[in-house]
Design a protein. Structure first.
Lengths: 653, 607
């Protein structure tokens, strides 16, 4: 969990996790999500799930029957025991036991089928849910990732899927079984004796009340425990991150004292939660024992006093009814205990399911673009025509309303005119931004954190859509361009390098999946990454894991530059690509970047102003307004904000 | 790290039970009582049934009922009691574990800290402690109850059913063998699968944090394919193991059914043939009850066996923290005073680990007089930070000695030394709390005036005064609500409050503008002239007014001299100076004059 929190902190606009469930009481909302879960399971596995339910019903009813056999056996025993005539008794007992064994065979077969199917249905549903979640997540807009903590998103895949697993594999089948068994048992009990059933029902009511009361208490303390646990985790996270500072300030004792306070709180909450959780079982079990005694008592009194026994089956009360009845009572009480154990899982599972459904209901990124990127070649007349084979020339394929089709070669000319934008409607962060970059030009953005530098680049590749104004790529409104093609035409190198688990080669090839090894190596050479990669234990085949933690920041950045280079896009966005590298390493990375930028339209956001001196135009932003623009020399001559930033008179951060 | 034996694990963790030993011992006592009562209950019930069959009177019924109710209440008391004691014992044990781990971590030296990642320590303090708490609860409550119940139930079955109970032994042995066989088979499989599962979730995490890359390169479909393949393979593994595990339930039913059918047949036979002498209806009923108790307990035992063993990993990880020996120890008769701020490196070499390829510091000989201002400059990996961390004994040297105030740093009391040598670390951290609280890390007893004075010196007072709550402004976790430059200045103020003899700034003004940077350094000169100041910097401007500058290269001292001399004599310094001071405005101005004519001709992309 903890490593996600650090990621989450990087989010630009952290907002609280959206609250789920619009309106409705928790109970009705729960019922709704229960319906959704069942619908989902039956949608994925209609046949499996149906057979499974049939098996559960059959097994539950069949396993309630043996007490009838017991009663029958006792009747037979009662008939013969005084005479001691086993042979006559055997003639009646043998078919009884044979039938019982038959019932068992069927019940166990159902049980095998049910559990085997259950394994498949559970795991299959989980796989499909996971895949559906992931597929859906990949299609969500960047805004979603910017406004949700990464830890929260991860929690869908870990906690919520786990809760769903408990629900589908354990809680639901168990509950169904228990309810059916209880119903069957109740029917049998009423069949034998209504007054005794009444005694049992009174005890059941008591148990239900106990479950409600203690369960409610326990749930309250468990929530408190979750809260204190989160607080303890936060404290641990902070103190572990700052552990070296703690040492330097010899603050160890105070830290331990502070931790002990949080620790004590957590202890109290955990203790209370567990006390309720752990006593509920024995309490229910022994109330069950009491019920058992009371039934024995009531039965005994009735027998002794010869009180009439109204029953559905028309039985007079006798010892061969009381004995199986006692077993039924035990069974019934046991079922309630089991149900009480499942309740928490059901509640947690449904909460998890609800969250998963919220994720799946998130609006995916819309794309109405119809202008696409395609390979072209020139025909005899010198016009561009679409080519099925890979050519060196890319072009925008632009279908028009009148049915005609035009091809415009991909050049990398990007213009913004009067662009306004806000991440939320009520807060505009970019005001009337107008700028252009001709093919091959380098445009640099300079300004304090929050001035809107990254925002502009977010708009160019349509991570976000503008509120007002126009952005044109090669003269085409970018809203008309299919997003995938727009992005394919824009390379990107970010400050926080994200590499994926896989070999170095895989990571470079990420830029263009069809690139050959040779092309990847050429890209690495261009980026200046080749020499260090060759020195890695397995060269280009070295496995990178954990965001390439084994490499230095500079090395990771070089790989990400190579990755962008192999994609070979006409335009590039470099967002603070060198800010966390020291000046000497930067010189190496800078060479790679210069090679990458050559001949491409480039938007650069730089922390160190020395790296943007050679830009064709430098744009100085302040609170979303362009306040200065020009070449380095012009801006220095102006003696304005840029001049002050450049000479170190202003802080950039 | 070598694998710990189970004995070591139990021994190490056991030390944290402490005041909860009593509760931990009460639990099994109560559990035993509960089990005994639970086993006698059916026995007495059998007698009651017997009496009923014999047509006894009300008095006998009342007598038995009183006993039975009394026993149920006693069992309730013992059961709930055990529930309470085990909760207190387990959560208390977990509390102590967390405390012990936290304290152990506080004793860690820098090199100990380097061995554990932050996130792994947090996991150990939270998730792992929770897992061990669960396991402990299971062990003291269920792990004893279940086998005890099996033994008692079988014993009682023998008492009631005589030789018939042999079947109980056979069934329970067979079922036990099957349940544990399945458990042992699936456990390693589960371990493997869970690792795979973790990897799958790691890949989700990669996608979440790298979503901009995924979308920029239009790799959504590629990632989906990759994920679905991995998820599908995980599904196959899971189904395989779950299907094996799924046989638990049918086997359990089979065992119960066998006993039920057996008792009905042979019980009836026994009653009829002996005319109720050897067995009666009540005993037959009790036999069935024992059968259930026995088998359910067996099932429980196999389940908690799996759960407890699954927490082994957590226990191991906690032990690793608890047994980690701090690399630095306070000397026996430590020095409690530091005479002055002089620092001497006598042929110091240092490596972070014995496996390191090269020395982080190689034969460093450096002598700093008290009150001197020393600049340290050099590229990444030149071991600038390593050099200064030896002064406050954050690491011990591999060879040679570091002296502060004329004494080997290893002779000082650690707290004394670190209070006199204040280091503003490169990766600095403010803690959640008010500005005042953060500043008082430097000096708990500092008056408000002293805080303001230190902040003025660090050029932090100005922006603090502009904040809504001034010195009571709350700093968020990680200091996210102050800018990088502000954070650095607060960290400097915090260090100044220690009134140290030696002040070390490790690249601590990198985000501060040059003017403020200069004001801070000027302040140092006039307010704390006696304090030795060692300043590591990327910018040469930050060290240009130092008495001497140490140029580091690859773990060695390349040169130590005044800035002026270095510019003439040292290639590395000159190199760094020139790359940066092309940027310095004086030079730029002259460059500008030269290029004034050229610039007009360039096409400028702006409107």
């Amino acid at each position: 969990m903890s490593n996600e929190t650090t990621n989450a902190e990087k989010n630009q606009n952290p907002t609280p996790r959206p609250q789920q469930g619009k309106g409705g009481k928790p109970a009705s909302r729960r019922a709704a999500s229960m319906g959704k879960v069942l619908k989902m399971v039956f949608r994925y596995y209609p046949v499996h799930a149906t057979v499974m339910v049939i098996c559960i019903v059959a097994a539950a009813i069949l396993t309630s029957l043996p007490s009838i056999f017991m009663q029958q056996a006792l009747v037979i025993v009662g008939k013969y025991w005084q005479s001691g005539d086993w042979n006559s008794a055997l003639a009646e007992i043998a078919p009884l036991v044979t039938t019982l064994i038959g019932v068992y065979v069927v019940a166990i077969s159902c049980n095998v089928l049910q559990t085997q199917l259950g394994a498949m249905v559970t795991q299959g549903t989980l796989m499909k849910v996971r895949n559906e979640m992931f597929d859906h997540m990949e299609d969500l807009p960047i805004r979603y990732f910017d406004t949700n903590k990464h830890g929260d998103i991860m929690s869908y895949y870990t906690n919520d899927v786990d809760a769903l697993r408990q629900l589908i594999s354990q809680a639901l089948p168990n509950l169904l079984t228990m309810f059916l068994q209880m119903a069957a048992t109740l029917a049998i009990m009423l069949w034998y004796s209504i007054p005794l059933s009444f005694v049992v029902m009174v005890m059941v009511a008591l148990m239900a009340w106990l479950v409600r009361f203690m369960g409610g208490r326990s749930a309250r303390f468990f929530i408190a425990q979750q809260k204190t646990l989160a607080r303890a985790e936060g404290f641990a996270e902070e103190s572990m991150t700052g552990q070296k500072v703690v040492k330097v300030f010899t603050h160890e004792k105070q830290m331990t004292e502070d931790f002990d306070k949080v620790n004590e709180e957590l202890f109290v909450a955990a203790r209370n939660a567990n006390i309720y959780g752990n006593t509920l079982g024995p309490v229910l079990f022994n109330v069950g024992n009491l019920a058992y005694v009371l039934v024995a008592l009531a039965g005994g009194i009735s027998l002794a006093l010869g009180i009439p026994n109204p029953s559905i089956g028309g039985f007079a009360l006798s010892i061969d009814i009381v004995v199986p009845y006692l077993n039924l009572t035990k069974r019934f009480a046991g079922s309630i205990g089991q149900v009480s154990q499942q309740i928490n899982f059901v509640v947690m599972g449904l909460a998890g399911a609800e969250r998963i459904f919220t994720l799946l209901a998130e609006e995916p990124e819309a794309d109405n673009g119809y202008v696409t990127l395609t390979h072209v070649r020139k025909d005899e007349k010198g016009n561009y025509v679409e080519s099925d084979e890979r050519t060196d020339t890319w072009a925008w394929k632009h279908p028009h309303h009148d049915g005609t089709l035009t091809f415009h070669p991909l050049e990398g000319d990007i213009r913004l005119r009067g662009v306004d934008f806000g991440y939320t409607p009520d807060h505009t962060v970019l005001h009337d931004v107008t700028l252009y970059a001709k093919p091959g030009q380098k445009v640099a953005f300079v300004g304090a954190t929050g001035a809107g530098k990254t925002t502009i680049t977010n708009l160019i590749n349509r991570f976000y859509d503008i509120a007002d104004g126009k952005i044109r790529y090669d003269g085409i409104n970018i809203n008309k361009i299919r997003k995938s093609d727009l992005r394919r035409s824009l390379g990107i190198v970010l400050q926080d390098v994200n590499l994926f688990t896989g070999t170095v080669m895989d990571n470079i090839r990420y830029g263009r999946l069809e690139a050959t090894d040779g092309e990847c190596i050429a890209a690495a050479k261009l980026a200046g990454a080749d020499s260090f990669i060759r020195r890695l234990p397995e060269g280009y085949n070295t496995m990178l894991t954990d965001n390439a933690a084994s490499l230095s920041q500079g090395q990771r950045q070089l790989i990400s530059i190579a990755r962008a280079a192999v994609a070979d896009p006409p335009a590039m966005i470099l967002d603070e690509a060198t800010s966390s590298i020291d000046t000497r390493t930067e010189a190496i990375v800078q060479r790679g970047m210069d090679a990458l930028m050559a001949g491409r339209t480039t938007f650069v956001i730089a922390h160190r102003l020395s790296t943007v001196r050679n830009a064709n135009v430098i744009i100085v932003l302040d609170h979303g307004h362009i306040i200065e623009r020009g070449t380095h020399e012009e801006l220095i001559a102006q003696r304005g904000t840029y001049y002050q930033l450049y000479t170190g008179a202003f802080e950039l951060e | 790290m070598q694998e710990l034996s189970y004995r070591q694990i139990f021994h190490t963790l056991g030390k944290s039970v402490r005041e909860y030993k009593k509760m931990s011992l009460w639990t099994p006592v109560l559990v035993i009582l509960e089990v005994v009562i639970e086993c006698i209950l059916p026995f007495i019930t059998a007698q009651l049934i017997d009496q009923l069959q014999a047509g006894c009177g009300m008095d006998v019924i009342m007598h038995y009922s009183a006993i039975l109710i009394g026993m149920a209440i006693l069992s309730l008391a013992c059961g709930s009691g055990a529930g309470i004691t085990c909760s207190i014992a387990a959560t208390g044990f977990a509390k102590n574990l967390r405390h012990d781990m936290f304290e152990a971590i506080q004793r860690f030296s820098f090199s100990n800290i380097d061995r554990f990642s932050t996130s792994s320590l947090v996991t150990r303090l939270t998730t792992d402690a929770n897992n061990v708490q669960m396991a402990y609860m299971m062990i003291i409550r269920v792990a004893l109850r279940a086998p005890l119940m099996v033994v008692f139930a079988i014993t009682m079955a023998f008492v009631t059913g005589g030789p018939m109970a042999v079947v109980y032994v056979i069934v329970s042995v067979l079922l036990g063998a099957i349940l544990f066989g399945i458990a042992l088979k699936v456990m390693p499989m589960f371990r493997r699968i869970f690792r795979k599962y973790d990897k799958l979730n790691d890949s989700v995490e990669e996608n979440v944090s790298g979503i901009r890359v995924v979308k920029s390169f239009v790799r959504e479909d590629y990632e989906k394919e990759k994920f679905n393949a991995a998820s599908g393979s995980l599904y196959h593994d899971f189904v395989h193991v779950e299907r094996i595990l799924a046989f638990n339930m049918p086997f359990m039913s089979l065992a119960i059914d066998t006993i039920y059918a057996f008792v009905i047949y042979f019980g009836s036979q026994a009653i009829v043939t002996t005319q109720g002498q050897l067995m009666n209806v009540g005993q037959m009923s009790a036999l069935i009850t024992y059968g259930f108790s026995m088998l359910i307990s067996l099932m429980m035992f196999s389940m908690i066996f799996v759960m407890v063993t699954m927490s082994e990993e957590s226990a191991r990880r906690i032990c690793e923290v608890l047994i980690e020996q701090p690399d630095l120890k306070n000397p026996d008769n430590p020095l409690y005073t530091v005479v002055d701020g002089s620092v001497d490196f006598d042929h110091v070499s240092f490596e972070y680990s014995s496996k390191a390829e090269r020395m982080a510091l190689d034969d460093v000989d450096l002598h700093i007089k008290s009150g001197e201002v020393i600049g340290v400059i050099g590229g990444t990996g030149s071991s600038k930070s390593t050099l200064i961390q030896l002064i406050s004994r954050l690491y011990d040297t591999t060879e040679g000695t570091v002296k502060v105030g004329g004494h080997d740093v290893r002779e000082y009391d650690l707290d004394t030394l670190r209070n006199q040598v204040a280091v503003v670390l490169q990766r600095n951290v403010l803690f959640s709390g008010t500005i005042k609280e953060n500043l008082r890390w430097g000096d708990e007893d500092a008056t408000d005036e002293e805080l303001v004075e230190a902040c003025k010196l660090a050029q932090a007072d100005e922006f603090i005064q502009l904040m809504p709550e001034k010195y009571d402004t709350y700093i968020e976790q990680g200091g996210t609500n102050v800018s990088g430059g502000q954070k650095q200045r607060l960290c400097i103020a915090r260090a100044l409050l220690k009134k140290p003899k030696i002040l070390i700034l490790d690249d601590s003004t990198s985000a501060v503008d040059t003017k403020t940077d200069k004001r801070i350094r000027t302040g140092f000169r006039s307010y704390i002239p006696e304090t030795t100041k060692i300043i590591i910097a990327q910018r040469t401007s930050s060290v240009q007014d130092a008495d001497r500058i140490v140029v580091m290269d690859n773990g060695r001292i390349d040169a130590v001299d005044t800035p002026e001399n270095l510019l003439r004599t040292n290639a590395i310094y000159r190199d760094i100076y020139l790359t940066q001071n092309k940027a310095s405005h004086d030079e730029t101005m002259s460059e500008l004059d030269n290029e004034a004519n050229v610039q007009g001709k360039e096409e400028i992309a702006h409107e």
